[in-house]
Design a protein around this ligand. Structure first.
Ligand SMILES: Cc1cc2nc3c(=O)[nH]c(=O)nc-3n(C[C@H](O)[C@H](O)[C@H](O)COP(=O)(O)OP(=O)(O)OC[C@H]3O[C@@H](n4cnc5c(N)ncnc54)[C@H](O)[C@@H]3O)c2cc1C
Length: 490
């Protein structure tokens, strides 16, 4: 009897896969790590109901079979792949929006709902679920909750955790619980430990999310965009600080470095973005007079720092064109080096906002030392940076070099008092840094994990104990030691 045979007897409405060709498609997510070490699971269950998720977990717990929950696998941290084998529990077919409750400004949905589809449905009621990852057309809300996804609007509206009011969760032993008070439609609560916040960001290590109660807001009636161009990187950093100090809270602040600008111009020549060291897009939203005031105020305070007079617009066509430039950058960076692959590793650091220019220069230095082109862009308002490394994926020497680049980028973030992941999560890829990043707090996390999952069957290798891989991850830092002593206060 195989695991798949057992599963076919216990899950009633769900599908069980075990054909090698089918399993192969579950061997990857969007991480570089799974490109290097793809690993098909032993079986896949395509869940369609909470009861089936519960039955799978009960079986797995009794038989000590490992389980990896999976949404759309757009994650870049090797979190949704069964790198140690076992069952992949696919939640993407549980994709119903169960209820939209405009009076109470909340929505109830299954975890497999794709983020963009949710917001399309909500827009009919003039409502929005504000977190907005660049992967909106792929990522599931279950995956977003599990990784505590942020996205561009997080600088004003906060991460996914700020918008999840409650969840139905299947624990590793199969028990089904509801967090955030049973049957509640209240928007706030102080009743007991915040289990919702514990499960959000747990990356599937503590249980499986099978339903979410999400907080919503009305779509802001107006928005505008400001374009700032900077000849000197450091002035871009100063501009962000000046905008906050002027009392403006933009709904997004995004930076593109020189290479990213170059990449966009190659990918979409019609954009004709000027060649400068940094470009920043500020978005403001709210009521129309307030939006105009905010946009003009931003132009006023950043004007002395920019190379050209800043431009602002509340014309939807101009706003969309500039956001289009930002949204294609992930794909566009490939044009900088024809035939190259983008290696998603060391791709998601977050540093203190005041140190962003310094971090960008340090990344350029790493790029030069390892001879790996890197185009960097990110959510400068919160300190999040996405370095895009371009390699020839067929060249083993370049693979080794880019893994060293990723390690240096992670160490840079920790040295600066930042984090190895601003929004994508730890997964397996960044698990080796967690002792360094958290110090003794990691042991407290382990104790929570052991209390909920004593057999250690849920998403092994993610956050806590990375599995052995068929290649060496070069780790230069004092792994296992807290980073605090090593922080350079700048
Ligand atoms: C082009 C691109 C742009 C991106 N932009 C952003 C961005 O702007 N901001 C951002 O934060 N991220 C971004 N990401 C990363 C990624 O899209 C997010 O991490 C997203 O939240 C993952 O959702 P998913 O459904 O693909 O989850 P998956 O990748 O399938 O899973 C991610 C983790 O969550 C766990 N998980 C998934 N579903 C469940 C569940 N129901 N219950 C328990 N655990 C579960 C998995 O085990 C895994 O550990 C981007 C990715 C790409 C490819």
């Amino acid at each position: 009897m195989t695991v798949a045979d057992d599963l076919r007897r216990i899950v009633t409405s769900s599908r069980v896969l075990d054909a090698p060709a089918e399993l192969r498609t579950y061997a990857y997510d969007a991480s570089f790590l799974t490109q290097l070490a793809p690993r098909p699971p032993d079986a896949v269950v395509i869940a369609t109901a909470t009861e089936d998720v519960s039955a799978v977990m009960r079986y797995a717990n009794e038989q000590h079979v490992l389980v990896t929950p999976r949404g759309a696998a757009s994650g870049q941290a090797a979190g949704a792949v069964a790198l140690s084998g076992g069952i992949v529990l696919a939640l993407n077919a549980m994709n119903r929006i169960l209820d939209i409750d405009p009076a109470n400004m909340q929505a109830f949905c299954e975890p497999g709902v794709v983020h963009a589809n949710l917001n399309t449905a909500l827009a009919r009621n003039n409502l929005i679920f504000p977190p907005d990852p660049g992967s909106s057309r792929m990522a599931t809300v279950g995956g977003m909750a599990s990784t505590n996804a942020h996205g561009m609007r997080a600088v004003k509206y906060g991460p996914t955790s700020a918008w999840v009011l409650g969840m139905e969760v299947v624990l590793p032993n199969g028990e089904i619980i509801e967090t955030g008070s049973v049957g509640s439609r209240a928007k706030q609560s102080s009743a007991g430990l915040e289990l919702t916040k514990l499960i959000v960001g747990a990356e599937g290590t503590l249980g499986v999310i099978t339903r979410l109660r999400l907080k919503l807001m009305a779509i802001p009636p107006s928005r505008a965009i400001v374009l700032g161009l900077f000849d000197v990187l450091e002035k871009a950093g100063e501009a962000v600080q000046a905008v906050f100090a002027a009392g403006v809270s933009p709904s997004a602040i995004e930076i593109l470095d020189e290479r990213s600008i170059q990449a966009i111009n190659l990918y979409r020549p019609a954009m004709r973005l000027p060649s400068v060291e940094a470009l920043i897009l500020f978005e403001v939203d709210g009521n129309p007079p307030g939006v105009r005031w905010d946009a003009e105020r931003i132009c006023e305070v950043i004007g002395p720092l920019t190379s050209l007079t800043p431009e602002w617009s509340d014309e939807p066509a101009r706003i969309n064109a500039l956001w289009e430039a930002r949204s294609v950058v992930g794909a566009a960076v490939g044009t900088l080096r024809p035939g190259s692959n983008r290696a998603y590793c060391g791709e998601d650091i977050c540093v203190p906002v005041a140190r962003i220019p310094e971090a960008l220069r340090a990344i350029q230095d790493i790029s030069a030392r390892y001879r790996i082109p890197i185009a960097t862009y990110g959510h400068i308002g919160g300190g999040g940076l996405h370095p895009g490394h371009l390699i020839d994926g067929r060249d083993p020497d370049e693979i080794q070099r880019v893994l060293r680049v990723a390690d240096e980028v992670h160490q840079l973030a920790l040295r600066m008092g930042g984090t190895t992941t601003g929004e994508h999560g730890v997964g397996t890829a960044r698990a080796p840094y967690m002792a360094q990043e958290h110090g003794p707090a990691l042991e407290v996390m382990r104790r929570i994990k052991r209390a909920l999952d004593p057999s250690g069957i849920m998403n092994p290798g993610v956050i806590f104990d990375p599995p052995s891989l068929p290649f060496e991850l070069p780790l230069s830092g004092p792994v296992g030691e807290p980073a605090l002593a090593a922080i350079d206060p700048g």
